[in-house]
Design a protein around this ligand. Structure first.
Ligand code: SAH
Length: 221
């Protein structure tokens, strides 16, 4: 049995994940493939070890470098929007963090491009997803507000840190009808899902949520 198979088994014998999925259903998440996936991913491997006993609880948790992994329902809502509205070609994620959202995206999209500004988180998440044998992700260490280092047209862009303004380079790389998911703190903290329609943006949904801020530049170690 390969290490990947063993990991699959460990994942599937995690009772706390089943409880988390039951809670997600109660909170209105109804995409069956997404629920099954979230029930099978070892979320405790993505948080700081001291908090692994809380990994399946309805709370954000530390992942190192003063950053947090979002609570399960927030990840689920953002992903469910993508699954309902986006073409499953290329997605750009800004804010790799622990790589948990990245791993979920990798399951559904052909290709995931993910950017992280903290060097150690970039390296940890890259190593973690490699160990999980997830192959369709390209990692980049940099400021996501500058976009992907070369021009690629995306079917979706998901930002997992709270923005105060919309980084134009991230909307420019979206294809027509592409989906943008972004937490924004004006007028109040919420996450929105928009579809690009020429020069206009059609709002497909919003939900309240808190996120760590989207910051400028990159940080070493
Ligand atoms: N999706 C992540 C959540 C990470 S929290 C997960 O599942 O764990 C937000 C992340 O965004 C942090 O790791 C933070 O360092 C990163 N971040 C903040 N501003 C950024 C920027 N301008 N470019 C890239 N990453 C950024």
């Amino acid at each position: 049995m390969s290490p990947y198979d063993l990991q699959w088994l460990v994942k599937h014998t995690e009772p706390r994940a089943a409880q988390m999925v039951a809670q997600l259903k109660e909170q209105g998440i109804d995409h069956l493939e997404l629920l099954a996936l979230m029930g099978s991913i070892a979320r405790h491997e993505f948080v700081e070890p001291a908090f692994s006993h809380l990994a399946y609880s309805a709370t954000p948790l530390p992942i190192g470098r003063n950053q947090t992994i979002s609570q399960p329902v927030t990840v689920a809502r953002m992903t469910q929007w993508l699954l309902n509205y986006a073409r499953r070609g290329r997605v750009l994620e800004v804010g790799t963090g622990s790589g948990y959202q990245t791993a979920i995206l990798a399951h559904f999209f052909n290709k995931v491009h993910t950017i992280e500004r903290q060097e150690s988180l970039y390296q940890l998440s890259k190593d973690r997803l490699n160990r999980m044998n997830i192959k369709n992700v390209e990692f980049y260490f940099g400021d996501g507000q500058m976009g992907w280092p070369h021009k690629i047209d995306m079917d979706a862009v998901i930002i997992t840190a709270m923005a105060s303004k919309v980084p134009v380079v991230l909307t420019d790389c979206l294809k027509e009808n592409g989906i943008l998911i972004m937490p924004i703190d004006r007028p109040s903290s919420c996450i929105g899902c928009w579809q690009k329609k020429g020069q206009h943006w059609k709002c497909l949904g919003t939900t309240s949520a808190n996120f760590v801020p989207l910051l400028e530049g990159k940080e070493y170690a």
